[in-house]
Design a protein around this ligand. Structure first.
Ligand SMILES: [Zn+2]
Length: 224
């Protein structure tokens, strides 16, 4: 969860703004936070709760805000743009953390129970969404490592980008080492009626292709 203190720390660590200006920017966010209804954002109690940068863009383009901003020598838009960058970085961290958890869970499953699924042995039907918990105002959807395990077994433990990609043999199951990747990432679950945590949405990738996929996901996310 973000707060004033976190934003001040972030400005100190990521910009070369003077401490006087940092104080002004944090004050600007406090002020805007108390005036959100002026910009048509009655449902939001506190700017520090915002994790969607579209809401910040919304304020920046609001005529009422523009008027105030011009009177204040554009201090408010400068503060909001820094604030937006802070949110973006937090979201990236959250996303990377999510991917890490996914991999760790899968690794754990492999250690405990090597998959035993023969090729073409997966029944795919639409499934209900899995459960989620809420972290930092964002939903984290639970995953069943068995589906990941089934998907990689079904792919014959070969990289689905190029089945000639061999790196090393997994010590857990003595097969070609591969990783499971959700093609449509789990954090978009909210936008779908059925579960994304099914074998059909999981691809089997070698560690190099998996890393490239993760980096590409992060690049795409930065763009929006
Ligand atoms: Zn590969």
């Amino acid at each position: 969860m973000m707060n004033r203190e976190g934003f001040v720390k972030w400005l100190e660590n990521n910009t070369d703004i003077s401490s006087y200006s940092i104080g002004s920017y944090a004050g600007a966010i406090d002020t805007l936070s108390s005036e959100l209804e002026n910009y048509g954002l009655n449902a939001i109690k506190n700017l520090y709760d915002v994790t969607d940068t579209a809401i910040i863009d919304n304020i920046l383009s609001n005529p009422e805000f523009k008027l105030k901003n011009n009177k204040g020598n554009r201090m408010y838009s400068a503060a909001l743009n820094y604030f937006k960058r802070n949110i973006e970085q937090n979201n990236d961290k959250e996303f990377q953390g999510d991917l890490l958890i996914e991999e760790l869970e899968f690794e754990k499953y492999l250690t405990e129970k090597p998959a035993d699924v023969s090729r073409g042995n997966i029944e795919e039907k639409p499934k209900e969404k899995s459960k989620h918990r809420t972290v930092n105002n964002q939903k984290v959807w639970s995953r069943n490592p068995r589906y990941a395990s089934n998907a990689v077994a079904n792919a014959g433990y070969l990289c689905e980008i190029d089945n000639q990609h061999y790196h090393f043999i997994s010590k857990f199951n003595q097969k070609n080492y591969v990783e499971a990747h959700h093609l449509i990432p789990m954090q978009y679950q909210e936008q779908f009626d059925c579960s994304l945590d099914i074998s059909a949405n999981i691809v089997c990738l070698c560690m190099v292709c998996h890393k490239n996929c993760i980096m590409e996901c992060l690049r795409i996310r930065k763009r929006y």
